[in-house]
Design a protein around this ligand. Structure first.
Ligand code: AP5
Length: 215
């Protein structure tokens, strides 16, 4: 299966991808995580992306398309789930073109629908492990010890783009540049829209109900 997961910042794309990977054995390709890895490793790409990411702007299409096509090229035959890419119609066209060159296509598009007030609460309450990238929430997904990663004992941090001010910019960019992708994909694929306002385990069952028939 080759799946695209769409949804506003904080809709729960990364959270649902973990469940999808566990159940269907797909490779999880998160453009945000890949960019953050580049930053942590101090690569040129990471340095270039930094100012865009921290201000809530999108990284330029040409940089992202090349980076993600390269990652997709390394994916095993079982398939992948794309999280955070594509994020513009230009990126979606670049992806389609690259897949068509390999006689492949996207099999399903899942759109996580969530209200803006929930987005703000999820994003401002998110904490991450700087070492293993595990994701927590100060109310919804608490670590066993306050502020400490369950997996490796590191102190949890807030992403620089997870402040209330930057969320406003991210949501504006999402509405202007990414939301139109739902119509783009409706014109060529089946788009499954899932109500992602409920707790993660509940959303997971809705997601599975859409993907099970395709597996
Ligand atoms: P990226 O990292 O992709 O950020 P995003 O799309 O804004 O998504 P998030 O990671 O914020 O949220 P999510 O939907 O994964 O939610 P999560 O599961 O963590 O991108 C960051 C930046 O990189 C961009 O702003 C841009 O600059 C750049 N970039 C990336 N891709 C790009 C591209 N293609 N083109 C250009 N630039 C690009 O959940 C959020 C929180 O809520 C967590 O704390 C979680 O525990 C909690 N939670 C999740 N689900 C639930 C639930 N159902 N109930 C309660 N709590 C929940």
């Amino acid at each position: 299966m080759r799946i695209v997961l769409l949804g506003a910042p904080g809709a729960g794309k990364g959270t649902q991808c973990k469940y999808i990977v566990e159940k269907y054995g797909l490779l999880h390709l998160s453009s945000g995580d890949i960019l953050r890895r580049h930053r942590a490793n101090g690569t040129d790409l990471g340095k270039k992306a930094q100012k865009f990411m921290d201000s809530g702007a999108l990284v330029p299409d040409n940089v992202i398309i090349d980076m993600m096509i390269d990652e997709i090229g390394k994916a095993p035959a079982g398939g992948f789930v794309l999280d955070g890419f594509p994020r513009t119609v230009n990126q979606a066209e670049g992806l389609d073109k690259a897949l068509a060159g390999k006689n492949q296509k996207i099999d399903a598009v899942l759109n996580l629908s969530v209200t803006e007030d929930i987005v703000v609460r999820r994003i401002t309450g998110r904490r991450i492990c700087p070492k293993c990238a595990a994701v927590y929430h100060i109310e919804n997904v608490k670590p066993r010890v306050d502020g400490i990663c369950d997996k490796d004992g590191s102190s949890l941090v807030q992403r620089p783009d997870d402040t209330a001010e930057v969320v406003v910019t991210r949501l504006k960019n999402y509405n202007e540049q990414t939301a139109p992708l739902v119509d783009y994909y409706k014109s060529k694929n089946t788009v499954y829209t899932v109500d992602a306002n409920r707790e993660a385990e509940f959303v997971k069952e809705l997601v599975f109900s859409k993907l099970d028939p395709l597996a």
